[in-house]
Design a protein around this ligand. Structure first.
Ligand SMILES: [Fe+2]
Ligand SMILES: [Fe+2]
Length: 157
């Protein structure tokens, strides 16, 4: 699969989970916790494959978007720390919805920048064959992604 198509599919999956969370009842604690567990899994895996495979490849291929990649890693840093906090927070906690809401805002902003400003340039520079190669690598790497958000490399940067 094409790397950018794969990443956009992930973004869609996460956006659907965000909508589910937003539509869940205020007191639907169990449901909200289940959704958040899925969000943690999806975003940790996604950040991992981007950081291990896609970001370095794109940075090398399109040096003029290097600043974008560096900002993206900083944004991942914030997201994975928020994910790790959410893992420990009870859904009944008064900060739970607030933390998820800010997480969602951060990720939506991040995804929009990736998709609108960055992916088109990367697609042009990398070309179809290289993107397919990276897509295959990322599909395989998903199986090796850590469960712990803080095991993703941006957590330590
Ligand atoms: Fe990203
Ligand atoms: Fe992404």
């Amino acid at each position: 699969m094409d790397a950018i198509v794969l990443l956009k599919d992930d973004h869609k999956t996460v956006e659907e989970l965000f909508k589910k969370f937003e539509n869940a009842g205020e007191r639907a604690y169990k449901e909200k916790q289940r959704i958040v567990e899925q969000i943690i899994h999806e975003l940790t895996t996604h950040a991992y494959i981007e950081e291990e495979i896609f970001y370095p490849a794109a940075r090398a291929a399109v040096p003029e978007t290097e600043d974008h990649v560096l900002e993206s890693v900083e944004e991942h840093h914030v997201v994975v720390w928020m994910l790790s906090e959410l893992r420990k927070l009870e859904p009944e906690d008064e900060r739970y919805d607030a933390k998820v809401t800010v997480l969602i805002e951060n990720v939506r902003h991040h995804v929009e920048e990736e998709e609108q400003e960055w992916f088109p340039k990367v697609r042009e520079s990398l070309g179809r064959n290289r993107l397919r190669e990276l897509g295959e690598q990322m599909e395989k790497a998903k199986a090796e992604a850590p469960a712990d958000p803080l095991a993703v490399s941006s957590a330590r940067q």
